[in-house]
Design a binder for this molecule. Structure first.
Ligand SMILES: [Zn+2]
Length: 273
């Protein structure tokens, strides 16, 4: 263990940095390779792009020098969780789209805590790279150094922070592989923190909308409410009117977790089931 802090590494508070900065993809390279068609990916939330619009950019432009090689390599298992999540969604998508299948239900389990930390990695990476946001993580709620400790498993995720899934019965998974992300920045109405502070990241994978929350919903951010969000869902059932395909999240705790059912519509039909 050395005390070296690489000033370009956002995890430098942990010390033990390597002198070389990695050119990492804070959205895991393996996912970008799966999504990209000719190394092009659609993203939203980039400065200069109007809200709600997607821009096609090359995979390489999502690389950012924000972690040293040592700390980047220590997070590779989280990238594997993100990739497993993406592959599981893709597998469900293929199974449920195959009208000729017999309809045997299929359960697939993802470690929820690792999935949540993968989303935190994407969130902190985009904040550090100053790409998917126009605001700052000022640390009035919890500091960047604290979130780094959570990311590396030295602290647990505060209750109420972390992974949410948007509850919307109209939400449909898309056939097309896609990823969109956009920072949530305090506009002065959402939380009581300073205007311009980043308090989370919206991440939609294949149209499935998640939110990674960094603000404390039980603290002094009393105006922050999540009426349409489900915290740490037990799983997602994709219902196409026949046998639902289910993805489970394992949270390793005694807390109740809600199972969400989403209507599924393949993109090559116009009829809502
Ligand atoms: Zn480092």
């Amino acid at each position: 263990m050395n005390s070296f802090k690489n000033q370009k590494c956002y995890a430098r508070s942990l010390k033990n940095c390597s002198p070389t900065i990695s050119r990492e993809h804070y959205i895991s390279q393996g996912i970008l390779e799966r999504i990209s068609d000719g190394n092009i990916i659609g993203v939203s939330g980039i400065p200069g792009i109007p809200a709600g619009q997607m821009k096609q950019i090359g995979v390489e432009s999502l690389a950012a020098k924000v972690l040293c090689e040592k700390h980047n390599s220590e997070l590779s298992s989280l990238d594997n969780t993100g990739i497993k999540f993406f592959d599981t969604l893709d597998e469900i998508n293929r199974e449920i789209s195959d009208l000729g299948q017999s309809g045997v239900g299929c359960d697939k389990t993802i470690c929820g805590l690792d999935m949540e930390r993968w989303m935190l990695k994407v969130t902190l990476g985009s904040v550090a790279a100053r790409i998917a946001h126009r605001g700052e993580l000022t640390g009035t709620m919890l500091t960047m150094d604290y979130w780094v400790s959570v990311l590396f498993g030295l602290e647990s995720m505060p209750q109420g922070c972390g992974l949410y899934l948007v509850r919307d019965p109209k939400i449909l998974i898309k056939i097309e592989q896609s990823i969109e992300f956009a920072a949530r920045v305090n506009d002065g109405k959402t939380t009581t923190g300073p205007i311009g502070e980043v308090f989370g990241l919206n991440i939609a994978v294949n149209g499935l909308p998640f939110f990674c929350n960094l603000a404390d919903p039980d603290g002094n951010q009393s105006q922050l409410t999540f009426p349409n969000l489900v915290y740490r869902p037990a799983g997602i059932a994709f219902d196409n009117g026949r046998v639902p395909r289910t993805m489970q999240f394992n949270w390793n705790d005694d807390q109740p977790h809600e199972q969400l059912t989403l209507k599924y519509l393949s993109s090559n039909t116009d009829q809502v089931i």
